[in-house]
Design a protein. Sequence first.
Lengths: 364, 274, 285
Amino acid sequence: MSSITRRTFTQGALAGSGLAMGGLMAPGMIRPAVAADRLMVVQWGAQWIDVSKQLLTKYQQTSDTQVAWELHSGGAAAVVAKIKATWPNTQYNVLSVWDPVFRSLMAEDWLVPVDENIVTNLKTIPDQFIQKNAAGQKMTIPLSTAGAFWGYREDLLPGGFESIEDLLKPEFKGKLCVPYPINLTGLFIVSCAIQRGGDEKNAEPGWEFVKELAKAGQIGEICTSNSEYINAMATGQYSVGFWNNGGWFATAKNFPVKIMNRMPDNKGFLYNEGFCVLKGAPEKAAFEFANFFADPANNEIYNMNLGSGPTQPTAKTNPKLDGWYYAPDELGKHAYFADFAYLGKVMNEWNARWEKEIVPLVRG
Amino acid sequence: MTKRLADALFGSVYYLFLASFIGFSAIPVVVAIVLSFDARSFIGPFPPTAFSLQWYEKFLADDYYYQGLATSLLVSAIATVASTVLGALAALGLDRAGFRGRKVLQAILLSPLVVPNVVLGFGILMFASRLGIIDGMPRLIMGHVLITFPYVMRTTAASLVGIRSSYYEAALSLGARPWKALLQITLPLARTGIVAGAIFAFVTSFDDVGISLFLSDAFTFTLPVAILAQMRANLDLTIAALSVIFILATILIIVLLDRLAGLDAAVGRGVYGR
Amino acid sequence: MKRPGLTASMLWPALIVILPLLFGPLLVLLHESLKPHIAGRVGGDATSALTLENYALLAGPEYAQYFLDTFRIGLISTVLALMLGYPMAHFIVRRASPIMRRILIASLIGTLFLSLIVRIYAISMTFGSLGPLAGFSRLLGIAPTSPSVAELMVVLGLLNTTMPLVALTLIGTIQNINPRLEDAALSLGAPHWKTFVQITLAMSVPGILSAGIIGYAFCISNLVVPMLVGRGFVLFVSNLIYFRFSEVANFPSGAALSIVMMVISLGIFYGLLHLVRTQWQEAGK
């Protein structure tokens, strides 16, 4: 449906409902949803949008593509619900999301396979970072390697802890800050499951561990966004947490932080963030834009302030992130790549279970 | 003696409650003002150790809020005008109506007050999409008219309770035309309720999050949605600077309203007004 | 001497606009709530047969507890708002000088203009663990590390919003009480407190209840306050609905929860309203 016919329709619908606002729908009030060279890109706020705007300025020196940004207003999955409600009429063209959301977008068949003739920079990005559809086509343009880890504020907890089993001790009462299970797509529960010999598909031991933590009153706050986590950790009320590299990186700017990603009995989670292009987008403009961000030099700039690692092997990592990620030979021992396709399927059930079993225990 | 003691006790409780009211309302505002000048880059213990204008600079440099503000003002103005006209008319109509089911109709029209905004917001999003309306502005207006309408209807109806319909009947018996009697007798008497309703409507619309969160789109988002998105993306003290600017704007609006309409009009003087 | 034509022409605009805007979305939600949800997919499945399963999954004491918490915390906040709002309204009507009256009314309306998010944020900075009034919870016998602090913050947040709303509504009520009744009682030697309780307060009961009902409706449907200061475990039904719609994309379950919440809220609202109307019919005039 073109924007002209839709506008006429909207006018008709409003006039028909007696709202008689035809006059208000004058040209300019409703902007065209998709212009030929205009892209609507959804990005995270804070450091993400800052660096993206910076790179865009550079991009627009050689391209006349117009870009409008929208910020994720919750978990990245929230945008999925918004798209669903209006699909196939979506205003979004390029989404900046992470692995689990890539999976659910692909499950809905909303993405365009990457045109490798345009996104030439995809060649140098390691193949295992790229999500593929059932036909084996490459669907995503990974820009960052990111992770979710346990960690603590060294100034508040000089001795640290050896294993997350220690967190059941009385001195950690009310000191833990953890994600709502749907944030980080359940990785917190998976981590607890690994601790007790399980994994995402055998999560029961994890739930038992979370229940023990909740019952003992160890969980002080349950966060649903990065900013909540960053601020909670800044209050000094909580010393220990489980969160993504973005939250830890922001905390580490103001406080000494120790990332616990090499515990003998647990793992650190790794995943990718990046761009994907939705069906209905001006594909050439969208892929050219994405290709610019995937360029090794730009990829380095992009990741420098996000607390994440670049996906281009030649790009440098922020030196402050020393030890946050793994050397290739450490991957097998310490890193865990969760099955996000599976986690996506159980998220709804886990959310209900969290509401029914964990929240009442935390409230005490 | 006991009478005086009881009265003294009563007086102190009365003023204690009064003071608590003012305290609970004012202290957070003061705290926000102080923190907006905090020189630290994170949210630390109160009071700040050093002061700067960094959050104001950051706020002024970000056009995200301006876009939200422009949308909010437009949506709230349209919604207020629409629901004031519709709500006042409906209240006047219901007041005069004699048919059975009048109470039920009134209850139905007031029900958006009770249904959680989240429910209405998501419902309208899906409803609008089935109608083919996918632009933010018409969706937002649909939602905001729906949630502000009951306020006007309710306050107008409340102000009509004190007005004897005999005034209107008297005007008619003196030969006035029904429309004229309505315009010249009933409407001025109901003015208090209508003005109060319009103010509530504007404020409710301007402040709404639950509905706008769902109905905003990429190009059209309201100020509270912009604030919430920023808060959830990166909660820094820009929002405190924004609060202070909000407070200043509010004072300006209030003074203007007072000059233009007389704020007393919003609450009225009552039947026994001095 | 009613003019049905005139009455109808005043009612029709509202009916034509509001009824579709109200019932359209609710019917869509009702339909959605009957669709099965396929794990990992977005929204309901349009191809399968309709089912009541989404409602069945919500049955159980755990979810009842969320409803009870919502209604309980909402009630506490509303009662506190009435307790603090009534003296304020009374002061403005009966005791304040004209200038004071203007200032207070302006401030009350002013606080309503101040964004809710901004106010909640200010409250969390004030009473939060780093705020100047962090000790307030101790005053009430709640340890700062106790989970109840989150509940206190939610109450304070709701109170801060409901208080001015309630006070403004009550001004109208108190203004319509004849001051001569109070003067008469006082001149006959009745103590101030007795006059206040037996005349002013007693005559305001319908107004108090109606302000309370509006405040209560506002509190129990709130999303933002628990979202921002509930620490992730003081959750209202609105929050559960929001999670379903926007985070797990289980629209059918969110719609089912919406329908249940709506039915209960409407029941409470109109039940109370009916009670007020029948019990205090005379006083309400």
